[in-house]
Structures are given as structure tokens and as C-alpha cells.
Design a protein around this ligand. Sequence first.
Ligand code: GRF
Length: 214
Amino acid sequence: MLKDPIRIAVLCSGGGTNLQALIDAKKAGVIKDGKLSLVISNKAGARALSRAAEAGIDAMCIPSAGTTTEAFEKKLCDVLDEYKIELIVLAGFLKVLSADFVRRYPDRIINVHPSLIPSFCGDGFYGLKVHEAALNYGVKVTGATVHFVNEITDGGKIILQKSVAVRKDETPESLQAHVMKNAEWIILPRATQLVCRMIKSEKNGKKIDISDIQ
Ligand code: GRF
């Protein structure tokens, strides 16, 4: 029985509040089968990088601006290999990864999206745009989804979802804050633990479906 925790890399682009939720969940024992080994930001100066440093996690910036996707992803793969990363968590990572990159890590990349997929997702739906679209449509319930990442934007298998009621007089900003606090920060750590368990089980020779361990 392998005991080593699954080595996780968290990819971010900005504030890193979802990263913070993962750090807090690790401390609280929610992520029992994984270790936050590395944080990577594609934006220099991202708050996510200092959050990682404060938590004693190795952190680095690999800039995606001013270079090709190919060159960016080559650097990313080299670092992920160097750290022997087994699970990649996209936590507010705003660069879309190429199909080639995604195919290298089947069922080993997860993402948090701030809506109930399949609503308000896919190309162009990121950040506040998701919440603007939800409010313009007039939905009464929204939420967040954690899913596996495949070649289709926000199209991989769903791991966890959590709904949030849309309040009266909500703005895109207030709805974003509400969805982060009441859905994203809760389901991202839980889904991370589930996938770590799944990977651990596979490493021990028993392949399991993520839906069977929830
Ligand atoms: C979150 O709403 C996330 O779902 C989205 O971008 C926001 C980033 O938040 N993709 P943070 O960087 O984790 O604070």
C-alpha cells in the first residue's frame, strides 16, 4: 500500500483565494491524500505567489505573455516533471491550455469554474463575465463546478458542483464574491481530495471511477 501523498501543483493567475482555500484545507485535514508541492502563476506579482510563499510552498512565475503557447507549455512541463507532479489544479488560472498539453495529463488536471456547468461556460466565460451572463439571463440559482480538464473548454467530466441562490439586487461583483465563498472555496478542496484518493487507488493497482467515491 503506497503511503506517499499525491504531489499537487496549483496553477493561478491572480488573487489566489482558491489557492488559499486549498492551503487552509490542507492544514485542516480535508486534503488527506495530497501535498501542495508547487504553485505556478503565469502572471508576475500575482498575490497567489506570495500566499504560497507565506505557506512555505515552492512558488514560481512562468510568464505566458510575450512568448508562444508552445514555449510556455514546454517550460511548464519541464517544471512539472522536475517536481514529479501527479495532479494539476487550475485555481483561477486564466490561460487556456492547448489540446496537446491537456492530452499529456488525462484525468490529472482539474479546474474550478464559477457556474453550474453546462450553464455559462466555454470559450469567453471567465471571471466576472460568467456572473454578468447569469444575472442577464435572470437565473435564480447559480454556483460552481469542479471538473476534469479535457480539450473542450469547461467540457470535462464533472467531479463536484454546489449551488448558490441569487439574491435580490445582486451585482456581478457581489455574485462573484458570494459564489467564491459559498461554493468554490468549499468544493475545490473536496474535489482535490477525491481526485488524490482516486490517483492513490490507481497507483495501488485499483482503478476507480470518481463517481464511486463521493
Ligand atoms: C474565481 O472565480 C475562479 O473560479 C475564476 O477566477 C476567480 C479567481 O479567483 N476562474 P482566485 O484567483 O482564486 O482568487
